[in-house]
Design a protein around this ligand. Structure first.
Ligand code: PMP
Length: 351
């Protein structure tokens, strides 16, 4: 971003963006396509949501609604709150986060460590007035000097990806990108990146990746947003409604991914490749592989590596939790080491 000089990052916010593209070699070999992931887990707050956090806060500053000593209030499943808390610290604002009480405890702990006030509220549907997003909006309106970031319907979120993520992908691939695949929570990433890419090349395929228990797959494939059978252990993605950020986005195809396929993908990338990803990245990678199969070999598919696995140790990387949900972790079938066929004595001698 603007403050980066000769590779030196001079502030928290100038460290946001300009993430590398990683070629997922196992998946690329499996499909005969180039599968590339935008390494958003390398943002300084650890996720794709740092970009939206910065753009939304800047927008409130520009409008004059947010001034030194002010407060940023948000309803968030976690990563947006983490991004906002970092930016608030760097720019001198207080931060209050409303969060459904179904999210991983790691995210709550991180938010509190970052200095945010976290208000965990019962997870109720959006139509309910006690929904975490609506509570955040009402509270911000009642507090002098406070703004509601409003990531779902504030299109500064999508603008972040139109102005940064999309152009970065176009530059990094030198325009050689056949498809962009992403799961959506607010829709900001998919909506912003797709608008930019489609302006450069009309026939870039935009593919939604959707977990079970979300209404967006049916919205793309039938035009009606009706909920699919859930639930899903994924966090931060899937939605029951089409947000202002997502509305009007041209989406060519949609892939629905089960939790079991996501779990297998995340464990395989960790245990055979060394990459440690969270659940939405697992959904994105499964959908990228499916897109590669639909397009055929020789194409280049870009997706998003939204965050790392560190925040999901108590759930996605906890076998007891997975078993409760009827899910199985993937384990490598390691071939017997040559030494295993030796007698104990021979093995000792061979060391
Ligand atoms: N992955 C994770 C881990 C997230 O927290 C989010 C945001 N809620 C997303 C993906 C989806 O991003 P977006 O809100 O831009 O659709």
């Amino acid at each position: 971003m603007t403050e980066k000089t000769d590779g030196i990052i001079t502030s928290f916010e100038s460290g946001i963006g300009n993430t590398p593209l990683i070629r997922l070699s196992r998946l690329s070999e499996l499909t005969g396509c180039d599968i590339l992931g935008k390494a958003e887990f390398l943002n300084p707050g650890g996720s794709v949501k740092d970009r939206a956090a910065l753009w939304m806060i800047r927008e409130h500053e520009k409008s004059g609604a947010l001034a030194p000593g002010g407060t940023v209030v948000e309803g968030t499943a976690g990563n947006t709150g983490i991004g906002i808390a970092h930016v608030c610290n760097a720019r001198g604002y207080d931060c209050i986060i409303y969060m459904p009480d179904t999210q991983s405890p790691e995210k709550v702990a991180i938010l509190r460590t970052l200095g945010a006030e976290v208000r965990e509220v019962p997870a109720v549907p959006y139509r309910d007035e006690m929904n975490y997003q609506k509570q955040a909006g009402r509270f911000a309106a009642s507090l002098p000097g406070a703004v509601w970031a409003n990531q779902f319907d504030n299109t500064a979120n999508r603008l972040a990806h139109y102005e940064s993520t999309g152009p970065e992908i176009w530059r990094q691939t030198e325009g050689k990108v056949d498809a962009f695949v992403a799961a959506t929570g607010t829709g900001g990433t998919l909506a912003g990146v797709s608008r930019f890419l489609k302006e450069q090349r009309r026939d870039v395929q935009i593919v939604l990746a959707d977990p079970m228990g979300s209404a967006l797959h049916s919205w793309v494939t039938t035009g009606e947003a009706s909920m699919s059978k859930g639930p899903s252990i994924t966090e931060g993605i899937g939605n029951s409604r089409v947000t202002d950020n997502l509305a009007g986005t041209e989406i060519d195809d949609s892939v629905q991914i089960t939790d079991q396929d996501m779990v297998t993908m995340v464990y395989q990338e960790l245990l055979t490749e060394g990459w440690f990803f969270g659940s939405s990245t697992g959904i994105n990678l499964c959908a990228a592989v499916e897109t590669a199969k639909r397009l055929g070999p020789g194409h280049r598919i870009v997706t998003v590596l939204c965050d790392s696995g560190h925040k999901y140790q108590s759930r996605l990387f906890n076998e007891a939790f997975l078993a409760e949900k009827g899910l199985r972790p993937w384990k490598p079938q390691r071939p017997l080491k040559t030494g295993a066929r030796f007698s104990t004595k021979a093995r000792a001698a061979s060391r």
